[in-house]
Design a protein around this ligand. Structure first.
Ligand code: OAD
Length: 237
């Protein structure tokens, strides 16, 4: 096996579960309480913007009360220390729209499904750091139009920065998937891209994901245990 240098890490809701943020598909999870098509599609936003804005306002407020957990902190440590030790790159590609990777100290985080703490002006196509509500239709700081929406990738929309993600996978030596059910594409397909390119693949999750068979290795357990263990192993190898 070639020397391990570049690492791409895909994270999902499971990494933030122990910080108290609901996952999507678990019992009582976010989508169980809301129909996806009512809150997470462009059509829902046209049909009932107040419902959609209120839903995301609540989520935006809630995540600001949550704290990064040991798994976020361990990945941040890897992100900071690995390049110095091995001269390779670490990229954390997250499907999560919270900011717990960043608050845990990670530097190289790519939010493929958007961010709760951003608002996107659909009039002038600018993005703005946003911590408050959108329900009252505040003006866009750039153009003044009341045209801000959550900067969240809804079902039927293209995830962000896919070319960058595919490029990183193509130069990776290791692809690691953490806390994701493997139910939503294109994120769920990245493990197959990695396999096709001969990249080593590792899954860290509470239970086997839908794409589990594609991984060379699977380690099961809560993220706050298995992620720090794995990072510790890597940094002491
Ligand atoms: P899911 O809710 O589909 O899956 C969460 C995964 O985390 C499951 O496989 C759980 O077993 C696992 N899990 C739960 N608790 C865990 C823990 N403490 N430690 C480790 N793993 C744990 O969430 P995602 O896969 O992230 O998209 O969902 C993918 C996308 O579907 C989301 O980004 C969102 C959603 O629709 C958009 O909003 C665009």
């Amino acid at each position: 096996m070639s020397k391990l240098r570049n690492i791409v890490i895909l994270t999902g809701a499971g990494i933030s579960a122990e910080s108290g943020i609901d996952t999507f598909r678990s019992e009582g999870g976010l989508w169980e309480q809301h129909r996806v098509e009512d809150v997470a599609t462009p059509e829902a936003f046209v049909r009932d913007p107040d419902l959609v804005l209120r839903f995301y306002d609540m989520r935006r407020e809630a995540i600001q009360t949550k704290q990064p957990n040991a798994a976020h902190v361990a990945l941040a440590r890897l992100d900071r220390e690995w390049p110095k030790r091995e001269g390779g790159d670490v990229l954390i590609v997250t499907q999560n729209v919270d900011d717990l990777h960043e608050r845990g100290g990670a530097l190289n985080v790519l939010h493929m499904h958007g961010e709760h703490l951003n608002a996107w002006c659909i009039a002038c196509d600018t993005r703005h750091r946003w911590t408050g509500p959108l329900i009252h239709r505040p003006p866009c700081p750039a153009c003044g139009m009341a045209a801000l929406r959550p900067d969240i990738v809804w079902f039927g929309e293209m995830p962000y920065r896919m070319e960058e993600i595919y490029a990183a996978v193509s130069t990776a030596d290791l692809f690691v998937s953490i806390g994701t059910s493997g139910a939503v594409y294109p994120a769920a397909g990245l493990v197959r891209n990695a396999r096709d390119l001969g990249v080593q693949t590792l899954e860290l999750n509470l239970e086997r994901s839908k794409g589990s068979a594609w991984f060379h290795e699977t380690r099961l357990g809560p993220a706050t245990q298995i992620v720090p263990d794995w990072v510790g192993e890597l940094l002491s190898s």
